[in-house]
Structures are given as structure tokens and as C-alpha cells.
Design a protein around this ligand. Structure first.
Ligand code: GLA
Length: 384
């Protein structure tokens, strides 16, 4: 079979875990698939619908196959995949490299090749592959290599989403396993503290994600507002300002964008954040250049992330992690622009979708506490 090169840019979709955890069934999947289309998420680029942990029976069948829980998924996974595909979406599922999944369902250890074929026969397009219950004697890289080999040879194009949590220097070896994305962090929680911790943890690893193998900072909590699937994830919720900043960070840091809220009941603001086409275009820029960080002048909590885009534009994102509003500064020579009267940057505001004018040498907007501002900038020659 001729294989397509999958995931040139970070994958986008929706995953059941953050809001529903073990409370999943086929009705939820069908109605969420409907909502992804009706709410404009598919149009915005969110194409993968992924069922996380807790979809199967606690035991394999006599032939050693995984079996979908007949009470929650009475029509079976093939029929569900067909439904998801009929909506124009792609279908994702979940397994684990250990003997059990994190929630205690059968893992794929020792069954990698049969499971890959099983997923292919159901029409699966994406496999999230977790990291629990690993035999202690097995090197982690080997377990991911095994599933990478099995998926690449199962007869179907399946995105390999390695959920490795950032341990064992995963960024150094994961690309060699065939993974298209790799979780680089522990599990996200619905709180500003969690968002800040995960973002800071990856600031020095941005260069490890690239086309065809992306640094996955975990699924989004945008729009959950404290109503997550379990007590660990429900950590108080965030303000819309904080959700906006979370989305901007994941966009600028080239993370996959996997929605985690209930897409059937999003507020207008949640939908606006998740479907911001100017931000999505930055995340999906074909060259996938990693952003770099420039410290702000007046507070240790302020900084910019700058990402060069194909065609010569730049995405410039200002962040304020502090608890009070602050000016966040950027001098353009830190981007490489010489100080000359005839050169400037034209700023387009990706939140208001308006061009705000040409700036020379520096621009330092006021950014609210835990807030962000994102601009798309174009080099212009001016009359001095
Ligand atoms: C781990 C993963 C989560 C989720 C759960 C399911 O904690 O990191 O993203 O898949 O397992 O049990």
C-alpha cells in the first residue's frame, strides 16, 4: 500500500477524556460528531473525533481480541466509525503500551500487531497510545517502536499519537518510532496554574516538535468551566481570558489542538476562541517553525513568543502570566529588524481581526493579568 505522509501540521480534533472520562457511550459520540459539524468545528479544521480510555470490555475475547463494551457501544466500533466518517470527520481510538490502560482496561502489550489490524478493520484513523502498566523490564522506546511498526504496516493510514507524558527524554527518541505527535507533559487540569505549568515546561523544548511529529502539550481545557470528567481535571476552571491565553500558547507552541469541552453546549465565547481562524492559521502554518521567546522589560512574568510563518510574515504573541495588567515589551531588533526609519512592521490584531497600523522599533501593548495579545506582522518599507 502506498502510504500518505500524515500530519504535516499539528492534528486538530476533539477527545472525550477531559469532559467525560469513563462516562462515554455511542450516543455521546454520535451527538458530538453532529455538533462538530453543526458548530463549525470541522470547517475550522477540527477533523479527528477521538474516543479515549474506557471504551472496551475488561477482558479480551477467546481469540485475544479487544471487544467494545456492548452496553455502551451496542452497534460496535465499525458502525460508529462509519457514522463518524459519514459526517466528514476522522475516527480516533485509544490503547496503551502496557498490559492495561490507565483506567484498567486491556492494554496492547504483546498484542500490538493484532490490535493495529483490529483498529484498521474498524476504520480507525488515529490511535492515542498511553504509557501505563509498562513492564519494568521493557524500554519505553521499544514499546512505542513496536506499535509504530504495527500501525505503519496495518494496511490503513493511522495517525500514531504517543501519549508518553514527557518522561525518559521522550523528545530525543520519539520521532524515530513513527509517532506523529508525542505528549510531552503530565495530564492537564482545568486551572490557570496547570496551563502555566505545562506551558513553562515546554519553553525549552519547542525545537523538538516539527512537521510529521508534533509536541503535544495535552488536550485543551478551553470552555470546560470546572465541569470536567473527574475531580483531578476539574480544578476550579478558568476565566475566558485565561482560556484565550491557553489557546494562544498552544497555537504558538505548535501543539496539536484537541478540544476537551462538551462541543454540544459551548458558549459563544468558547466557540469564538476555538474557531479563531487567524490563530488556527498560525498553528497550521505549513513550515511548522518553532517559536522563540523574548523576555519583556518590566516584569519577569511578561514575554513574547515569535514564530516565523511561511511567506515571510511573523506571528507575534504577547503574554502576561502576572496577576496584574502590564505592558509587555518587544523591541524589533530582537527579531532581527535593523533600526532604520524606512523599515517597520504592520500589525494585524488576530483577536479583533483588524490591521492596527505600522510600528517602528518597538511595540508594547497593555496585556491583562493572565492575558495575551496575538498579532500577525508583515515587514513594510515606509517613507521614514
Ligand atoms: C492518562 C492520559 C490521559 C487519559 C487517561 C485515560 O492519564 O495521560 O490523557 O488518556 O490516561 O485513562
Amino acid at each position: 500500500m502506498e502510504r500518505k505522509a500524515l500530519c504535516p501540521t499539528p492534528p486538530m480534533g476533539w477527545n472525550t477524556w477531559n469532559t467525560f472520562a469513563d462516562n462515554i457511550n455511542e450516543e455521546l459520540i454520535r451527538t458530538s460528531a453532529d455538533a462538530m459539524v453543526e458548530q463549525g468545528l470541522l470547517d475550522a479544521g477540527y477533523q479527528y473525533l477521538v474516543i479515549d480510555d474506557c471504551w472496551d470490555k475488561k477482558e479480551r475475547d477467546e481469540e485475544g481480541r479487544l471487544v467494545a463494551d456492548p452496553e455502551r457501544f451496542p452497534s460496535g466500533m465499525k458502525a460508529l466509525a462509519d457514522y463518524v466518517h459519514s459526517k466528514g470527520l476522522k475516527f480516533g481510538m485509544y490503547s496503551c503500551c502496557g498490559t492495561k490502560t490507565c483506567a484498567g482496561y486491556p492494554g496492547s502489550f504483546g498484542h500490538e500487531f493484532e490490535d493495529a489490524e483490529q483498529f484498521a478493520s474498524w476504520g480507525v484513523d488515529y490511535l492515542k497510545y498511553d504509557n501505563c502498566y509498562k513492564p519494568r523490564t521493557q524500554e519505553c522506546a521499544l514499546l512505542y517502536r513496536r506499535m509504530g511498526m504495527a500501525l505503519a504496516n496495518c494496511g490503513r493510514d493511522i495517525v500514531f499519537s504517543a501519549c508518553q507524558w514527557g518522561t525518559e527524554n521522550v523528545h530525543e527518541w520519539i520521532r524515530s518510532t513513527g509517532a506523529h505527535l508525542f505528549r510531552s507533559t503530565g495530564d492537564i487540569q482545568d486551572s490557570w496554574a496547570s496551563i502555566e505549568t505545562l506551558a513553562r515546561s515546554q519553553m525549552d523544548k519547542l525545537a523538538y516538535g516539527a512537521n510529521y511529529c508534533h509536541n503535544d502539550m495535552d488536550m485543551l481545557v478551553v470552555g470546560i468551566h470546572g465541569k470536567a470528567g473527574n475531580d483531578f481535571i476539574s480544578a476550579g476552571g478558568c476565566t475566558d481570558e485565561e482560556y484565550q491565553t491557553h489557546f494562544a500558547l498552544w497555537v504558538m507552541m505548535n501543539s496539536p489542538l484537541m478540544i476537551g469541552c462538551d462541543v454540544r453546549s459551548m458558549t459563544a465565547k468558547t466557540k469564538e476562541i476555538l474557531t479563531n481562524r487567524d490563530l488556527i492559521a498560525i498553528n497550521q502554518d505549513i513550515e511548522c517553525r518553532s517559536a522563540y521567546r523574548v523576555q519583556g522589560n518590566w516584569s519577569p512574568d511578561t514575554f513574547t513568543l515569535i514564530k516565523m510563518l511561511s511567506g515571510g510574515d511573523y506571528a507575534v504573541a504577547y503574554f502576561n502570566f502576572g496577576d496584574v495588567a502590564a505592558n509587555v515589551s518587544l523591541e524589533f531588533w530582537d527579531m532581527g529588524l535593523p533600526v532604520r526609519r524606512d523599515l517597520g512592521l504592520e500589525f494585524y490584531d488576530c483577536y479583533t481581526h483588524e490591521t492596527i497600523g505600522v510600528k517602528r522599533e518597538t511595540f508594547a501593548p497593555v496585556v491583562p493579568a493572565h492575558g495575551s495579545r496575538v498579532y500577525r506582522c508583515r515587514l513594510v518599507r515606509t517613507n521614514g
